[in-house]
Design a protein around this ligand. Structure first.
Ligand code: 13P
Length: 276
């Protein structure tokens, strides 16, 4: 059964002085069974956020903790890369990592080759990647969205040494999660339609299958102007497994609403699995 995941991407917001308090507040207001909650703060806030969410007050009634993710990792293991952070540096600070976000493709010129190498670094350090893909508006308007996303997936994952099975039964967590984030929907207040995101999720799973990765086992999140008011549209789609939330993830009220809705999906999936 694929997990239901809500990941907060705080982007370049919060400071070491205030991130812990925000994380603690969000954790306390999202204590919902069955949902994988992940907070991805800036690198310098990983420690404060990890400290803030450690302990029972942050865990859901089912005991699941808030997990901590980084927003990026360098593609080299170590060396002369001033200002960069390697996968091994994240040990003890993060267990997840966002890779290939469109803002990094845009701002840092990240290539598919680098993104493929980042995935390898993440897995070898025991980090669980959330690989971001998505088209720009011109591609969607030209009917090329599926092709662009397929190209990004092939560029990042062809021949990748992905741990198998892709659903890690021991931890009941995936070794690969995909976030479909149409670039035109990020930070614009203009979200994709749930049905369009679901169609893209189906296309993504076909590509994964073609690459020899079991698509049915890989959670696919939607990202792009997700709020508590529109999350239902995405979680009503059986092919979508949660959200990667940007702006709204800095607001405890919004996260409470989003995770509560995710809990409904998680409970329905658990009931379905039990009754067969
Ligand atoms: P917004 O939710 O602010 O549109 O950002 C989405 C995103 O980029 C998450 O990674």
């Amino acid at each position: 059964m694929r997990r239901v995941i809500v990941a907060a991407n705080w982007k370049m917001n919060t400071t070491p002085a205030d991130a812990g308090e925000l994380a603690r507040t969000i954790a306390g207001r999202t204590r919902v069974d069955g949902v994988v909650r992940i907070i991805c703060p800036p690198f310098v806030c990983l420690g404060p956020v990890g400290d803030a969410v450690a302990g029972d007050a942050s865990s859901a009634p089912d005991g699941s903790p808030v997990l901590v993710g980084a927003q990026n990792v360098h593609h080299a293991a170590a060396g002369a890369h001033t200002g960069e952070i390697s996968a091994s540096m994240l040990a003890g600070l993060a267990t997840w990592v966002i890779i290939g976000h469109s803002e990094r493709r845009r701002d840092a010129g990240e290539t598919d080759t680098q993104i493929a190498a980042k995935l390898v670094r993440a897995w070898s350090a025991g980090l669980r990647p959330i690989l971001c893909v998505g088209e720009v508006l011109a591609d969607r308007d030209a009917g090329r969205a599926d092709d662009v996303v397929e190209g990004q997936l092939r560029g990042a994952l062809a021949g990748a040494p992905i741990p198998t099975p892709v659903h890690d039964a021991g931890a009941d967590l995936p070794w690969l999660t995909i976030a479909y984030e149409p670039v035109w929907a990020i930070g614009t207040g203009r979200n994709a339609r749930g049905s369009d995101a679901a169609a893209m999720a189906a296309a993504i799973r076909r590509t994964l299958d073609d690459l020899g990765i079991e698509g049915a086992a890989v959670p696919i999140l939607y990202g792009g102007s997700v709020t508590s008011a529109n999350i239902d549209e995405f979680l009503a789609e059986p092919g979508l497994d949660g959200a990667l939330v940007g702006g709204a993830s800095l607001k405890a009220d919004e996260m409470a609403g989003i995770v509560a809705r995710a809990g409904t999906t998680a409970a329905a999936r658990a009931a379905h699995a039990t009754t067969g």
